[in-house]
Design a protein around this ligand. Structure first.
Ligand code: ATP
Length: 203
C-alpha cells in the first residue's frame, strides 16, 4: 500500500525547517511521497503579512520544486471554507482510496492537535508522523503522543530529528526588518518575496 505523506501548513513563507522535516519524514516513516497542502483559511491562526493564499501556494511550489518526492495540491487553497484538516483528509481519502494517509506534524502541532476540529476522527483516518520542534518541550511532545494513543488509539510514528526552531513568524519579522534570511529560505522563494514586496512592512 502506498504511504502518502500529507504536509499541511500555512507556509507563510515556506522555510528550510519545512523542507528538512518533510525529507526526514519520508526517510524515517518510509513514505512514498509528500503532498504539501498550503491552507486557504487556517481555522486556528490568522495569516499575518500582506500575502494572499495564491502567493503562499506559489512560494510553496517554488520551495519544493527541486525535490522529486514532493508534490503540492491546491485542495485547501482554492476553497473558501475554513481549512479543517479532517475535511482535507476526507477529500484526500476519496482521491487516493488505496493509499495509507500519513499526516506529518511538527511538535507545536502535536501539542495543539487535541483542540483541532474533531481530532478523534483525524486519528481514525490517518497515521500521524510526528517530528520534534525546537522550543517545544520534550515532555509536552511525549505526553501529547501518549494521550492520543491512549484516548483515541492513534497510530503515531515518531521520527527522530535534530530539532530546529526556524519558523515562518521569525522569517516574517526578519524580512520586515531587512535582515539577511538567505540561509533559512530557498533562493527562488526569496526572489518571489522581493518581487512582490511581501512582508515588507506588515508582519
Ligand atoms: P508560524 O511561525 O507562522 O506559526 P510555522 O513556521 O509554524 O509558521 P507552518 O506552515 O504553520 O509554519 O507549519 C506547518 C507544519 O510544519 C506544522 O506541522 C509545524 O509544526 C511544522 N513545522 C514548521 N517548522 C518546523 C520546525 N522548525 N520543526 C518542526 N516542525 C516544523
Amino acid at each position: 500500500m502506498q504511504r502518502l505523506g500529507i504536509f499541511g501548513g500555512t507556509f507563510n513563507p515556506p522555510h528550510k525547517g519545512h523542507i528538512y522535516i518533510a525529507l526526514e519524514a519520508i526517510k524515517g516513516a518510509a513514505l512514498d511521497k509528500m503532498l504539501f497542502v498550503p491552507c486557504g483559511n487556517p481555522p486556528h491562526k490568522s495569516v499575518e503579512g500582506n500575502v494572499s493564499p495564491v502567493q503562499r501556494f506559489e512560494m510553496t511550489r517554488l520551495a519544493i520544486a527541486d525535490y522529486p518526492d514532493f508534490e503540492i495540491t491546491d485542495l485547501e487553497m482554492k476553497s473558501k471554507e475554513p481549512s479543517y484538516t479532517l475535511k482535507t483528509l476526507e477529500k484526500l481519502k476519496i482521491l487516493y482510496p488505496d493509499a495509507k494517509l500519513c499526516f506529518v506534524v511538527g511538535g507545536d502541532s502535536v501539542r495543539d492537535m487535541k483542540d483541532w476540529y474533531h481530532s478523534e476522527e483525524i486519528f481514525k483516518l490517518a497515521e500521524i508522523v510526528a517530528l520534534r520542534r525546537g522550543g517545544i518541550d520534550d515532555s509536552i511532545f511525549e505526553s501529547s503522543i501518549e494521550l492520543y494513543k491512549e484516548t483515541y488509539d492513534a497510530e503515531i510514528t515518531v521520527v527522530d530529528i535534530l530539532p530546529t526552531d526556524v519558523s515562518s513568524s521569525e522569517l516574517r519579522r526578519k524580512i520586515a526588518k531587512g535582515c539577511d534570511v538567505a540561509d533559512l529560505i530557498a533562493p527562488s522563494v526569496l526572489e518571489y518575496i522581493k518581487e512582490f514586496e511581501i512582508y515588507k512592512d506588515k508582519i
